[in-house]
Design a protein around this ligand. Sequence first.
Ligand SMILES: Cc1ncc(COP(=O)(O)O)c(C=O)c1O
Length: 384
Amino acid sequence: MIYFDNAATSWPKPPGMAEAMVHFVNDVGANPGRSAHRLAVDSGRIVYNAREAVAGLFNAPDPLRVVFGPNVTEALNLALHGLLRPGDHVITSSMEHNSVMRPLRALERQGVEVTVVRCSPQGFLDPADVEAAVRPNTVMIALNHASNVVGTLLPVAEVGHIARRHGLLLLVDAAQTGGAYPIDVQADGIDLLGFTGHKSLYGPMGTGGLVIGERVDVARMEPLKQGGTGSRSEHEEQPGFLPDLCESGTPNAVGLAGLEAGVRWVLERGVDAIRAHEVELAQRLVDGLMGISGVTVCGGLDATRQTATVSFNITGMEPSEVGLRLDEEYGIMCRVGLHCAPAAHKTIGTFPVGTVRFGLGAFNTLEEVDAAVAAVGRLAQEAR
Ligand SMILES: Cc1ncc(COP(=O)(O)O)c(C=O)c1O
């Protein structure tokens, strides 16, 4: 079996990840940040360690400004709904996933103005187009770090400079890059970084969050929900400090134990080493697919400018059929269709049919890439 669906969720997970979760369930178990007994203290320490690991990975200065939630979708909703008000203007790109696009469309109905800057058919964004879209009432730029459809990297550091120059907040959706591509929230000028635990951070599903920078006025931030935090229990009002402002209810501590182990594995292996491996895999895949007659590869075709996610189509065969046959006949797991990103497919010209997407990860090998290219070659020959 060849697992090429890492852009949806990574698998397998690194050694130690499942064990950390089993340890939590069997030996710790208590509710973090609530009681004061030793098991609760251990549990709270595990959650804090996960905060520290995430802060370290992204060079966030304060672990307490890492807010956890179930996934990046909730984190992006928190940043957008929590900070944008009617009359505000926000700039985004045409390569966004629906986890940015749908909250923005909902906010638009409430009076937030939204500009979608068009990217090239390869998925690239020109920072000058972002700057040209800035208006007097612009408050935020919300950008995908890398497309989940074609892997194209967006110029977040350049846009970070633009955001600083104009006094705007930069929100980055790092679902596809966290752990797979170097991110330094301070150097890149990122004010809000949404991350999800189950992709290239190699943690479990049900974990994710938002890194909130110092330029964000937390007093202006509306949490998505209110409730028990284990702190300031004498007050009926939500605490105003992070992370408690945005973390109501018992957290997924067992998942965060696994997330910490996943992030520690990424840190030990090194983001640069993971990136170098994935660039090699992606370029071999792009070159291999490009060499097949009847196959169209989408995106920039340059692995140094994208993640290890590659989209393609076979002339004369629907993506759904390609995906089914790759699974049934060749044991290759991938994802086909629109990948929750209709705007991105419109940008690259593959809407509404979509593409076949190979999402490679740290555990894939060149041999698997060669086998997959050969399988696509045989399907393309049949389709001719
Ligand atoms: C770019 C991008 N943003 C957001 C998401 C949503 O991730 P999650 O389902 O973990 O919230 C994904 C996942 O597919 C993604 O690729």
